[in-house]
Design a binder for this molecule. Sequence first.
Ligand code: F6R
Length: 608
Amino acid sequence: MCGIVGYIGSKNSAEVIYNGLEKLEYRGYDSAGIAVISKNEILTRRSVGKLKNLKANLETNPISGNNGIGHTRWATHGKPCEENAHPHTDCSGKIVVVHNGIIENYVSIKKQLISEGHIFKSETDTEVIAHLIEKYYKKDVLEAVKSALKEVRGAYALAVICADEPERLIVARYDAPLVVAKGKDENYIASDVSALLNYARDFIFLENGDICEIKKDSIKIFNGGKEVKRETQKILWNAVQAEKAGYKHFMLKEIYEQPQTILDTFRGRLSSEQNTVLLDGINITKDYLKEISKIYIIACGTSYHAGLTAKFVLESLTVIPTEVDIASEFRYRDHVINEKTLVIFISQSGETADTLAALRLAKQRGSKTLAICNVVGSSISREADNVLYTHCGPEIGVASTKAFTGQLTVLYLIALDFATKLDTISKDKLETLVKYLWDLPVKVTECLKQADAIKKIAKEFHAKKQFIYLARNLNYPIALEGALKLKEISYIYAEGYAAGEMKHGPIALIDETMPVMVIATKSKIYEKVLSNIEEAKARGAKIIAIVNADDKEIAKKADYRIEVPETDEIFSPVINVIPLQLFAYYVSTMRGCDVDQPRNLAKSVTVE
Ligand code: F6R
């Protein structure tokens, strides 16, 4: 989730861009850079680390020009370093590009361009765009961008300048946000309005497929080969509202980002043409998988819940025995892992001290390690033998939401990849499951439409002192996750149980003061969950049930229903967690708690 800013007019663009980038730093900041056109020459400054490093660089080596582009980077392809920092150039150094998003087919494009003589300087997917534009450039940068983008698959918000055409700034958007702001004899572009509120209030929100030519006094938008008109909107948000894209809290913004972050995590890994999974970049072969005796998953907190869910999926699809452990427990017991164990570490931050220590232990035992992280270049991602990133962008709310569904997404891809390699899944089943996976972002969007209904239920229950969450099978970890979300942000005591365990003790807790949240979507043990609801109801509990939309049975039994769309049972955890995140969020706000920074918690737990 990088940030982009651009300017064309009569001011010094470097200054305007730097000020804009400061407002976008919340989107990620492992490096930053600015390029401007000065006397038909491109001048670029790039620095690793926080934006203040770029500021120091600009103070020592100032640049100025009336047309420029800038970028703060949140690494997806290639480690955080100066070579990988944007802007990126073509071979001639005359065409410069900043990009937010992921180019899915960059490997094949890069191979082709290298064979045609292009020389690459970075590990990024973005650099292929600069070289592709160079390939098609015939003294018209707009036409060259249009031709280049015909070859590109993936997501992009793109800004391009060309030294030989200083009066033009070209931008394009597909599945990544980009706005154009209008000034008087000057125009601006940015990833979001927050970057530009000090300069402009009139915004055009570009749509997918838009390619736009911006001059200081004109804006022309093209889509599908034709010029199109887009409405201008006046934005009156203040700076804080803008940073959260108008949402009241980062947590709510991040909950709503999930359809996009799941899609971004698929990118380049899920083929819609062949309905297959392509996990390039990890060295886990068919022969290796045939040799191993078990998979061991290690993580903490919400990431541990993703691991618990994955156990069900991995065992069902690959038949490899899978154990899951809390990192702080794993460290201090006698565990049986060796070179025949694949150990998977899950961590949003990639810095959690216990998970990192467990990773080092596993490596000492000779196990192959695979990390699932959200932060590129983090300690866990660097030290593991293999890494798969969730492409969720920075998660700022302390309570993890989009990183969790991103982790589940990667774990599904791993399970399908391993099952394909081991031949434990038929071609038909693989195709069916991949189709269901592709549908997940739309189904998550449908769940989000339940927000008002969930808010009403939260109003009824926000003053309660305790809560029980029940589910079975692969939704049992989702009951744990729902309870964790509620306790960490609303400080209500909440416990998740496997519903079948109720009668072995916890049922003693149930009376009319104990609300029970039950996940009761369609599954092979749906009937059993119904019986568990009866047991709780008979003891006076108020029941809130998460159900599929057409479920008539539960209507008779539950006091409140939250409807979610149906999917294959294996993917239901991704759907079912969404209402639980929203419920915790609304309860927390109604209790006046600090949603984004709950008491006693830190986003990254770097101490034991
Ligand atoms: C809960 C939450 C924590 C983290 C845990 C592990 O909402 O965010 O439980 O999941 O501290 O952190 P990572 O995933 O960064 O290792």
